[in-house]
Design a protein around this ligand. Structure first.
Ligand SMILES: [Zn+2]
Length: 472
């Protein structure tokens, strides 16, 4: 398993930055060309490989127009083809669903799945039609990246202990030296991303080499509930990542206040423009409505929240060999990009980070992550199964009359879902409600339990005449 690491440039000479931006812009044209020519059914869709594209371009001289070094455009072609392939794979998810809807014959299904995986769908009319329908033709949007192969760069430490990275420029044998703000040397293929005057050096390392990967997991079985105040609460009742709520609400307040101020400044700038005072408009736009500081603050906040969430997940895995959690990876079907409300936007993003952390930490430390259907786990009592009322962080069971800490109650319910014989991962919401309702009703009317926990199911299977025997 690979993990991405990012190193940043420190006090980079503006001239060098401009040169790198120019290189990235030219490589962006290479990417656009690849998307334009091969980003469809007849290109990558027909199983085209980057090596073939390279050979074609070398033969017909396409590469000359870009004005970049050979290795730079070749690596860029490889990267762009990989992007197109990822774009196509996303469409295949929908096509697989369409196949399941079309036929119930397992043989026919399998044949279609295989054709899809091997990119041989063009010859099958149904598959070709489906792919055309679901694979929205994309275009290149990347104009600020340079991919550098492992043997094309070098690093050196200067007399003051500063790490320098030298990457190829636009001229042969003229390297661009970038000072880094870290002492950890990047390895493997590098992706340089140029953002607001700074170079981000993205590279991948093997997770097995990370210190946290060597820490063994615990031996327990725990359910966890994701929250807003705390990142996670486990079924023991222990909260993890308790700073999350404070981080999110202070960020939300800060954003609201900042957006209000920016809106006001923008309106002042507009009024000035209408009056013809363009100097003032320019001053405000440049000095007060810039994006560099804004983007850096956002990045810093994201890093803090990620650390809080990852630390919380590590704490859970310290205790558990099996972590049972709500399935957080459900695909968003809506086309809406970002919710307008800041709190909701932050919550949606936090959910994604939590899902990523649970998956990545489990894989690295060897614990098992069990995703379950979490429908109604925060609205039912873990003791008796009845629906209750939630107010703030309290859960009040109307039947037992007991008040639970809401997140703990939910975490215990999630733990139990892992062994639930009736509620599967994809059981629809309304069915889950019906099942829970039926269980409560049976309880109330004191009917014999038909099916509730795997333990009783197993016992009944072994002793089918249990009730008859007990009457003897
Ligand atoms: Zn109860």
């Amino acid at each position: 398993m690979k993990v991405t690491r990012i190193a940043y440039s420190a006090r980079l000479n503006p001239g060098k930055y401009v040169a790198l931006v120019e290189q990235a812009r030219r490589l962006g044209r290479v990417r656009s060309e690849v998307w334009q020519r091969y980003g469809s059914t007849f290109g990558v869709g027909s199983g085209l490989r980057d090596r073939q594209v390279r050979d074609r371009w070398l033969a017909d001289g396409t590469h000359v127009q870009f004005g970049v070094l050979a290795n730079a455009w070749k690596e860029t072609v490889r990267d762009a083809i990989a992007d197109i392939a990822a774009n196509m794979e996303a469409a295949k998810v929908d096509v697989r669903r369409a196949i399941s809807r079309r036929t119930n014959d397992p043989g026919e299904r399998k044949q279609m799945f295989i054709a899809l995986r091997a990119d041989q769908w063009a010859s099958d009319p149904f598959l070709a039609r489906q792919m055309r329908m679901h694979w929205k033709r994309g275009r290149n949007r990347t104009h600020d990246q340079i991919v550098v192969r492992a043997d094309k760069y070098n690093t050196a430490v200067d007399g003051r202990g500063r790490l320098w990275l030298a990457v190829p420029g636009l001229e042969p044998r003229r390297m661009v030296r970038i000072p880094l703000s870290t002492t950890v040397t990047p390895t493997g293929t590098l992706r340089l991303i140029l953002r607001s005057g700074r170079v981000e050096v993205h590279y991948q390392i093997d997770a097995a080499q990370m210190r946290s990967s060597q820490r063994p997991c615990g031996d327990r079985r725990l359910g966890v509930d994701k929250g807003y105040t705390e990142a996670l609460t486990d079924s023991d009742g222990q909260p993890h990542g308790e700073q999350l709520g404070v981080l999110l609400s202070s960020e939300s307040d800060r954003l609201k206040e900042r957006n209000r101020r920016r809106a006001k400044l923008r309106s002042i700038a507009n009024t000035a423009a209408q009056r013809g005072d363009h100097a003032k408009t320019h001053r405000i736009t440049v000095n007060n409505l810039g994006t560099v500081k804004r983007d850096r603050q956002a990045a810093r906040h994201r890093a803090r929240v990620r650390t809080e969430i990852f630390t919380a997940v590590h704490k859970v895995v310290d205790k558990a060999a099996t972590v049972i959690a709500e399935d957080l990876t459900t695909r968003f079907t809506s086309r809406k990009k970002h919710p307008k409300n800041i709190n909701r936007r932050l919550a949606a993003w936090t959910k994604g980070v939590t899902a990523e952390a649970l998956k990545s930490v489990s894989e690295r430390r060897g614990s098992t992550l069990v995703p379950v259907n979490a429908a109604y786990t925060s609205q039912t009592c873990h003791q008796c199964g009845a629906f209750g009322r939630r107010s703030g962080d309290r859960f009040h069971c109307t039947r037992c009359g007991v008040v639970w800490q809401a997140d703990v109650n939910a975490a215990i319910n999630i733990l139990h879902r892992a062994g639930d014989p009736d509620i599967a991962l994809h059981t629809p919401h309304h069915k889950v409600k019906q099942i829970l309702q039926d269980r409560t009703d049976r309880h109330r009317t004191r009917l014999p339990v038909q099916d509730s926990s795997p333990a009783t199911t197993g016992r009944r299977a072994k002793h089918p005449n249990r009730s008859a025997k007990s009457n003897e």
